[in-house]
Design a protein around this ligand. Structure first.
Ligand code: ATP
Length: 233
């Protein structure tokens, strides 16, 4: 579904991505792991179209999307939930959700709003509340729900469990798995390596802008180097 080859990204003269090759199969969950500063967020931004790569190519559903803007990628079915969530704090839950559908021109937005509120009952209970007054976990759910309102084929989730309590984290992983089982492909960046790999099919390990290891998620979970570096030995 997604095939990135030779992706190079820079911040000024600093090269954050040094030729990344990454494939995400349709209907799968793929996790990217790596230490702080490895380039995970930069890669998500490159795929989401928020950062123009200086080299390489991104194919989505066999179309070359390398030169497309982020809104054009959303229309094609790629939605990014950025690190830190970026919900609209001054808008209600309901308004936030509607913003997720702003590029759609079909007449099923109302139906999808209902569906999303069923999946996230807590958002239904708080639909008139301002986004900024929600707890961290609720804001993360809102960010995911808002992205789902664009009807993505590929959902990019950058550190969805960051800063959340263990019970909430478990909830977030359950939701990601459900979304995937209903047919959405997921590319995930996570510090919570063990739980992420447990729900994933495939994984990549990034170090200083390069892929240093890749494989089936179960194999990565069992790999001694991964265990030592990312799973606390
Ligand atoms: P983290 O887990 O800390 O978010 P990451 O793996 O997502 O790490 P990136 O945020 O992609 O890493 O950063 C990759 C490299 O690019 C790092 O060396 C970082 O310092 C640098 N970098 C990131 N954002 C910028 C920026 N806006 N300006 C300059 N350098 C940046």
């Amino acid at each position: 579904m997604l095939k990135a080859t030779g992706i190079q990204s820079f911040y000024g003269n600093i090269q954050a991505l040094k030729g990344i090759d990454l494939t995400v199969a349709a209907k799968s969950i793929v996790t990217i792991i790596g230490a702080n500063g490895a380039g995970k967020t930069t890669l998500m931004k490159a795929i989401g179209g928020l950062l123009k790569p200086r080299g390489g190519q991104i194919l989505f559903a066999e179309e070359d999307i390398t030169a497309l803007r982020s809104d054009q990628r959303v229309t094609r079915g790629i939605a990014l939930v950025p690190e830190g969530r970026a919900i609209f704090a001054g808008m209600t839950v309901w308004e936030n959700l509607k913003m997720g559908a702003y590029l759609r021109s079909d007449n099923e937005v109302g139906h999808d709003l209902e569906k999303v509120l069923e999946r996230f009952p807590i958002l239904g209970e708080r639909k008139n509340q301002l986004g900024g007054t929600l707890s961290g976990g609720q804001q993360q759910m809102l960010a995911i729900a808002r992205a789902m309102m664009s009807r993505p084929k590929l959902l990019l989730l950058d550190e969805p469990s960051m800063g959340l309590a263990p019970l909430v984290v478990a909830d977030i992983f359950r939701i990601i798995r459900e979304i995937n089982q209903e047919g959405t492909t997921v590319l995930l960046v996570e510090q919570n390596v063990k739980q992420a790999l447990k729900i994933s099919h495939y994984g990549y390990v990034l170090e200083t802008g390069k892929v240093v290891m890749e494989g089936n998620a179960a194999d990565l979970l069992g790999d001694l180097r991964v265990q030592e570096a990312y799973l606390g030995g």
